[in-house]
Ligand binder design. Structure first.
Ligand code: SPV
Ligand code: MG
Length: 553
């Protein structure tokens, strides 16, 4: 028999183990409570509600698995559920071990496994395997007393945690054998080493339980399950000296009621509207599941997570020059070979490992409905420029951040060049700008004047910086055309946020373009790194560009 090292526990600075805490609940002089749970999530909810311990109900675990409370779930399947419950919680679990899932030998193995899984105690009942729930049928046969005492001894001799508890459950009242038989069994089980006894009843009043307790006189702790005599005031249990009351199946029953209601409603309405405010939001699921801890751990352990790049795509304008093509949708949603332009752009960006994509919407914003993107809206899109659109996403300009127009297409290697380039603000500039032509009447181009022209020498890695950008850069000063693609480092993101705020303050934000933004930064002395590319991109402004985009793909 394992004995509890009381001194070692008392001297230890570690918090008491789960098993020690269940034992403390059993022997505590006041009435304590265990609340039913049947999986990891329900166990978390029980803990969050303030309970000091969990009852892993056989009925509920079985029902949650979709099977009957007749040992249809194997004991190892139950232990798997318990492992999730134990991992999910810090409070102790008393498991409903039915009849011990076999004879004394099965109890030995089960107790060892439960100790390994951090389960604090087991309750075994004196019926026959395979068991039937106590509220089904009449006069269920009871186990032989000596055989059951052997199970108790075997269980206690097998525990590897000295504080693990074994609760012996007496079914004599349930099976109609009466008080004396219940007391005889209680005496025997206590003598065999049970840490507590559970006296069960299916009557609607607590009379027989209270009568038993009056006779038993607390020779060892008594546990009850008031499912059927639920109307009995809890103080009566307290006054009678009951040790622990188990609320045995109410998490499961509550969830069934809620699921039935929601399923029926959704089925009837063919809509989620009627239930949305009746169910928790997914955010609450994330909170219960502990996603915050995972995010924190990712930032500590994943090498790339600290540098995760996000992207902001400016897609607020209509693109009026596209005429009827943008009557019912913004330019970025124009179809290019069976897919919206923006969808192709997002796919290219995701291909570079950028998961977090935010699109700034404006004109016909409801048409921008791609999966897995964040959206922010510039509702003043008709009268504002791109800088104002970018400012709408100011909370997303954080860490390493790509900024791009939503109407461009480019080859993948251009993105690779950009991602590899070092610098707090990096812009991609097409050195072959002279090769581009357009049928547009008033073709507007984003020219860039840089510290050095493109040399064509790929071994030349001397950095090039932006002097200024504008549609009006004199031709002899033009070194290339900005492709609508930029990357900010964490410092660059801070710079851009600060500059947008400054523009908001001095009243220029409303009308400013991204060219104005980068030029302001360059003229203020910040180094805007230029990465030269040589064609292999396009933007969509007029109908002919759509045809080019088809070709491009
Ligand atoms: C359980 O919760 O599985 C129990 C209690 O064993 S009872 O259903 O009342 O038998
Ligand atoms: Mg049970």
């Amino acid at each position: 028999m394992v004995t509890t090292p009381k001194v070692a526990l008392a001297e230890s600075p570690r918090p008491a183990s789960k098993a020690a805490r269940l034992r403390a609940l059993l022997i505590s002089p006041q009435l304590e409570f265990l609340m039913e749970a049947h999986n990891g999530m329900s166990a978390k909810i029980v803990e969050a509600a303030g309970f000091k311990g969990v009852w892993a109900s056989g009925l509920s675990v079985s029902a949650a698995l979709g099977v009957r409370d007749n040992n249809e779930a194997s004991w190892t399947q139950v232990i798997e559920v318990l492992e999730f419950m134990s991992d999910a919680t810090t409070i102790p679990i008393l498991v409903d071990g039915d009849t011990g899932w076999g004879n004394f030998n099965n109890v030995r193995r089960a107790v060892r496994k439960l100790c390994q899984r951090g389960v604090a105690g087991i309750c075994i009942e004196d019926k026959l395997f395979p068991k039937t729930n106590s509220f089904i049928g009449e006069g269920q046969p009871l186990a032989d007393i000596d055989e059951f005492c052997g199970k108790i001894k075997a269980g206690k001799d097998s525990q590897t945690d000295p504080d693990f508890s074994l609760v012996a459950r007496i079914e004599a009242l349930i099976s109609g054998w009466g008080l004396d038989e219940a007391l005889r069994r209680a005496e025997a089980y206590y003598g065999a080493g049970a840490d507590a006894i559970l006296i069960h009843s299916r009557q609607s009043t607590a009379d027989e339980i209270l009568a038993f307790n009056a006779e038993w006189q607390n020779r060892c702790p008594v546990v009850i399950v008031p499912t059927k005599y639920y109307a009995t005031p809890t103080d009566e249990f307290r006054e009678s000296g009951i040790s622990v009351a188990i609320w045995a199946n109410h998490s499961l029953r509550a969830s069934i009621t809620a699921m039935q209601e929601v399923c029926r409603r959704i089925q009837r309405d063919e809509s989620l509207v009627g239930v949305e405010d009746k169910v928790v939001g997914v955010q609450e699921i994330f909170e219960l599941a502990g996603n915050e801890e995972l995010a924190e751990a990712e930032s500590r352990y994943l090498p790339s997570s600290g540098r995760e790049t996000r992207a902001i795509l400016i897609a607020a304008s209509r693109g009026a020059a596209l005429g009827p093509l943008t009557e019912d949708r913004p330019k970025c949603m124009v179809d290019i070979r069976g897919q919206p332009l923006l969808r192709r752009l997002v796919a290219t960006i995701r291909g570079a490992g950028v998961r977090d994509v935010t699109v700034v919407r404006g004109y016909k914003k409801e048409k921008i409905n791609l999966p897995s993107i964040n959206t922010v809206d510039n509702d003043l899109y008709a009268t504002t420029g791109e800088a104002a659109s970018l400012a709408c996403a100011i909370d997303h300009i954080r860490g390493e951040c790509m900024v791009a127009y939503g109407d461009i297409l480019f080859r993948h290697h251009i993105l690779d060049l950009l991602m590899e380039a070092e610098g707090d603000v990096v812009v991609t500039v097409d050195a072959l700008w002279r090769n581009r032509t357009s049928e547009a009447e008033d073709w507007v181009r984003d020219f860039a004047s840089c510290t050095r022209p493109f040399t064509g020498d790929y071994l030349d890695d001397e950095p090039v910086y932006l002097r200024r950008m504008g549609e009006d850069v004199p031709e002899d000063e033009v070194d290339g055309e900005w492709m609508g693609l930029a990357k900010l480092s964490e410092v660059g993101s801070d710079l851009v946020r600060g500059e947008l705020e400054a523009m908001r303050e001095d009243g220029t934000l409303h009308k400013a373009s991204l060219l104005d933004l980068f030029t302001r930064l360059a003229e203020a002395g910040h180094k805007i790194r230029v990465v030269y590319a040589t064609g292999q991109w396009l933007d969509v402004d007029v109908a002919a560009d759509v045809a080019d985009a088809h070709e491009f793909l």
